[in-house]
Write a protein that binds this ligand. Structure first.
Ligand code: MG
Length: 380
C-alpha cells in the first residue's frame, strides 16, 4: 500500500484553526501549531514530566523511561506517522508533547488512588480534564492572559485524544465539539502512545530481568517471527542486541499497521468535516497489527505490570497518596495559596489537582514534611 502523502487531503489546515481564546498578534516565522508546540515545551508542567514515573521508578535502574522520555518517543512516532501520511506533523507533535501533561505522580496508581479518594465525594479524577486546566489556567507565565493560550484544536485534542465526548456533554468540556470526532492528527496520538509504551515497556521489562527473550517470543507470534529473522541474520549477537533488533522491527510493523489501517479506513472520506462527522474514529491498525498489540498487552500485564515488585510499589504509592489526600482534607491550611481559578473548585478537587500536579519527588517531599509536622503535633 502506498502511504506517502496518502491522507494529505485530510490534513487539518492550520489556517482554519478556530484560534486562541485571547487573540494574539501573528508570529512572523512560526504558524499557530508550531507556536503551540513551543509553548508546551516551555511550560513547567512539561518539565515536571521528567520526575514522574512511567512504569518503572528510577530507583531500579538509570535507563528506564520516565514520563518525559516516553513523551518524546510518542512525539517522534506521531511526527513520523503524520509526515508520511501528509497530515500536519507540527499539530501531531504538539499534541503528543501535551498528551501526558495531566498525569499525576507514580504512573497509573496515582490516577487510581486519586479516583478512589474522590469517589466518596461524587467526583472523579480525569487526567485529560486536569491537563486542560493546566494549559488553560494553572500555567501562568504571560502578562496578557492566563494559561498557555493554545489554539482550540490543541485543547480539543488534549481532551479528546483518548476518548470521544458524548453529544450531550455538559460542563467545561461542552465547548469542544461534543459528538464530533477530533481531526486525524489527534486520533493518531492514542495509538502511537500505545505503540510507544508497548514496545518501551517490553524493552524496560527485559532490562529489569522480568523475562527472557524466548518467553517474549513464545507469547507474541510477531516477536517469534522477528526473533527467527534476527537470529538468522546475527547468529553471534547477544540477547540484548537481538531484543533491540526485534524492537526496531516491531515498532516498524506496528507503525506500518497503524498507517495502513488508517489509510484503508479513510477510503472515500474527502475532508476534515467528514472525519469529524464520521460515526467512528478513522485512525486504526490493520488486523495483523491489532493482533500483535493485543498479544503484547497480554504479555506485559502478566510479566511486567502484575509482577510482585511493581504491584508492591504501586500499592505503596497509592496508599501514600490517599494518606496525604486525607490529611489535606482535614488540614486545608496546608494547601498552597489557591489561584482564583483553583479557589472555585470544591476542596476534594482542589486537593486532587494539587497532588496530581506533583512530581514523584515533590510528592515525597511534601508527604514527609506534612506527615512529620502531624506526628510532631501528636507527640505529647
Ligand atoms: Mg502516554
Amino acid at each position: 500500500m502506498a502511504l506517502a502523502g496518502a491522507l494529505a487531503h485530510l490534513r487539518f489546515p492550520v489556517e482554519q484553526s478556530r484560534g486562541r481564546r485571547y487573540p494574539e498578534a501573528f508570529s512572523s516565522f512560526r504558524n499557530d501549531f508550531q507556536r503551540d508546540r513551543d509553548r508546551i515545551v516551555h511550560s513547567r508542567a512539561f518539565r515536571r514530566l521528567e520526575a514522574k514515573t512511567q512504569v518503572f521508578s528510577p530507583g531500579i535502574s538509570d535507563h528506564f523511561r520516565n514520563r518525559l522520555t516516553h513523551t518524546l518517543e510518542v512525539a517522534q512516532l506521531a511526527r513520523t506517522a503524520a509526515k508520511v501520511l501528509g497530515l500536519d506533523d507540527d499539530f501531531a507533535e504538539a499534541l503528543a508533547l501535551a498528551h501526558d501533561i495531566g498525569h499525576p505522580p507514580f504512573a497509573h496508581s496515582g490516577e487510581t488512588a486519586l479516583n478512589e479518594a474522590l469517589a466518596p465525594f461524587g467526583h472523579r479524577f480525569e487526567h485529560n480534564l486536569h491537563a486542560l486546566r493546566i494549559v488553560e489556567s494553572f500555567e501562568h507565565r504571560y502578562a496578557l492572559y492566563p494559561g498557555l493560550n493554545l489554539t482550540f484544536e490543541l485543547r480539543e485534542g488534549i481532551v479528546k485524544h483518548s476518548r470521544d465526548l458524548p453529544a450531550d456533554q455538559s460542563g467545561p468540556l461542552a465547548e469542544y465539539l461534543p459528538g464530533q470526532k477530533p481531526p486525524l492528527e489527534a486520533q493518531l496520538i492514542d495509538l502511537v502512545d500505545e505503540i510507544a509504551y508497548n514496545t518501551a515497556d517490553s524493552d524496560d521489562g527485559h532490562d529489569a530481568k522480568f523475562f527472557q527473550l524466548h518467553e517474549f517470543a513464545a507469547a507474541v507470534p510477531k516477536v517469534a517471527e522477528l526473533y527467527e529473522e534476527v537470529e538468522t541474520q546475527f547468529p553471534a549477537a547477544e540477547e540484548r542486541i537481538l531484543l533491540h533488533e526485534i524492537q526496531r522491527r516491531l515498532i516498524d510493523h506496528l507503525m506500518r499497521g497503524l498507517m495502513e489501517g488508517t489509510v484503508a479506513a479513510a477510503t472515500g472520506l474527502k475532508n476534515v468535516e467528514e472525519i469529524r462527522a464520521h460515526p467512528t474514529r478513522i485512525a486504526c491498525y490493520t488486523s495483523e497489527a491489532a493482533e500483535t498489540t493485543k498479544a503484547l498487552k497480554r504479555f506485559l500485564h502478566q510479566r511486567v505490570y502484575q509482577t510482585e515488585i511493581l504491584r508492591e510499589e504501586r500499592d505503596h504509592s497509592a496508599a501514600a497518596i490517599k494518606k496525604l489526600f486525607a490529611h489535606l482534607l482535614e488540614h486545608p491550611e496546608h494547601l498552597p495559596e489557591a489561584s482564583e481559578e483553583q479557589s472555585k473548585l470544591p476542596l476534594p478537587l482542589r486537593i486532587s489537582e494539587y497532588i496530581a500536579s506533583m512530581t514523584d519527588n515533590y510528592f515525597r517531599r511534601v508527604y514527609s514534611e506534612v506527615m512529620l509536622v502531624t506526628s510532631a503535633l501528636r507527640t505529647p
